[in-house]
Design a protein around this ligand. Sequence first.
Ligand SMILES: *Cc1c(COP(=O)(O)O)cnc(C)c1O
Length: 412
Amino acid sequence: MFLTQPLAAAVRERFGTPCYVYDRASLEAAARQALAFPNAFGFTLRYAMKANPNHAILKLFHALGLHIDASSDHEVERALRAGFEPGKIQLTSQAPSKNLKAHIERGVLYNACSLTQLENFGKLFPGRELSVRINPGLGSGSTNRTNVGGPGSSFGIWHEHLENVRALAARHGVKVTRMHSHIGSGTDPVVWKRVARMSLGIAGQLPDVRVLNLGGGFKIARVPADKATDLLDVGEHVRQEFTDFKQRTGRALHLEIEPGTALVANAGCIVASVIDVVDTGKDGYLFAKLDTGMNEVTRPSLYGAQHPIDVLATDERGSAKVVFVGPCCESGDILTPAPGDPEALAPRDVPRPHIGDLVVLGGAGAYCAAMSTINYNSYPQAPEVMHDPDGTLRLVRKRQTFEQVLANETSE
Ligand SMILES: *Cc1c(COP(=O)(O)O)cnc(C)c1O
C-alpha cells in the first residue's frame, strides 16, 4: 500500500476523514502496463471511465495517450471537459443516447448496444460508420451482478441476431466497421480468452469490421487471496488469435481493450478513523465502527467484495478478530463480509482497534467514489486527493458541504 502512517496522518490533518487518496505513480504504472498489451495489427487502450471519472485521473490518462469508454451521455460530456478529443471517446451505453446527433456531429464514436440503438443511429446518420456491441453468448464476472454476457444479460445485441444487424445496417446504408464485446468485471481469464475467439468468429460474419474491441474485466488482486489476470499472457493469446484470423480471412483487425478496474483499483484507498468499538459478548463479535462505509465503498455490501483494511497502530498492542462496519443505520453497512456473501460476517485479524485510530481501506480506486450511496443518512460526499510522485497531496474534489446535500430541495 502506498499510504504510510505519516502520510495517512497528513491526509486526516488536512482533509479530514473519510477521504479518498489516489496515487499518481500507481495510476501511471497501471496505464503503462496496459499500454504494453501484446497485439498483432495495432492497439488502442480505452479507459472505462465509469470506474473512476475524477477529472484528475482523466487528465492523467489523456496525457498518457489513452482513449475513453463512456457509459452515458454525461460521461461523454465529462471526458470532453477533461480535454479528450471527441474521436478518442466511444459511447457504449445501456440507455439510448438523448444527445446522439450532437455527439456524432462532434466526432464522438458510437457503439450501438441494441437493435433500437442501431436503428436510431441509422435514421440520423445514413452512410456513416459505427460499432455494434455483441453479447457473444457467454459471460463471466466475479459475481452474477458483474456478469454482463450470456443469456441472462441485457447488455449488447444477442449473437444470434446478426441477420437483423446486417439488415438494419443495409436499410440505412450504415457500415458496421467496429465490433465490441464486454462480458463482465472480474472475468475468469480462461473465459476471457475463449470469448476473444468467439468474438473473432462473430467478426468473421461482419465483413466490414476492421476494429475488434474485447472490453475490460481483467481481474486484479486487492487482497492476498485474489489472483490477478496476467495481461501479457492473455495478450499473447489474443495476438496469436488475431494472427490466425488474418491467415484464415485476409483481414488484419485492430485490437482495442477497455479496462476500468485494472487501471485504477489498486491506485486508490480510503483514509478513515475508528469512531467506536463495541462487542456482542463472548459468543458474539468485536466490531470496529469506522467513519467510512457503504457511502464511500458500496462493493462489500453489494457483492461481498473484499478490500484490505489496515489499522495503523503506532503503539505495541495485541491483535484481535474484528468485524469492520460503517457509520450508517443499516445492517448492510459492513466492510468485512464473507467473500461473495454480503450477508455473512468475516472478522479480520488486525491490531486491536482503539477509538481515534487511523484505518486505511485499500483497492478503492475503482467503483468506490464512482459507485456509492452518497448522502445516505445525510453524510456529505467524501473528498478526493491525489498523491503526486513528489509527495504532495493535492485536493481534486472537495468534501461536499452540508448545504450542498440540501441544495436541490425546494422551499415548497
Ligand atoms: C464496465 C465496463 C468496462 C470495464 O470493466 P472493468 O471490469 O472495470 O475492467 C469495459 N467496458 C464496458 C462496456 C463496461 O461497461
